[in-house]
Design a binder for this molecule. Sequence first.
Ligand code: ZN
Length: 160
Amino acid sequence: MQIADRCVASFHYTLTDDRGEVLDSSAGGQPLAYLHGAGNLIAGLERALAGHRAGDKFQVTVAPEDGYGAHDPRLVQVVPKSAFRGVTELKPGMRFSAESSHGPMPVVITAIRGDEVTVDGNHPLAGVTLHFAIEVTAVREATVEEVLHGHVHGEGGHHS
Ligand code: ZN
């Protein structure tokens, strides 16, 4: 059967950036299972999977707007080191949960210059063009319960 709304599809993926660097991959593990049409995946990937069948292999390039969004410069802030009380050694790449007007927000330290620490609250893949190599491994009809919950149950899904 073809991937359409109310289907559960499983697939292997390898995600690379513009330079061909592998950012994420399901290789060597379980395929990812998702409920199609429920917004479980980034929009560009979900759209590309529609109509495919088990055994299909394809590649798709997803622009940031259809992926994790554009990089928002307003989410980049410079804060004093004293804002990180209790942390003995600050390094670029360290992740923290920052207080924001929308509740806790994950941020990553991108630069440290003297007493000034630059933190970025964007998704790590914001602004990144995503290149997926996909292999669809299975497609089945979703159960009523899965459709009601908006996610996959059982193997590769929730409650498993
Ligand atoms: Zn559930």
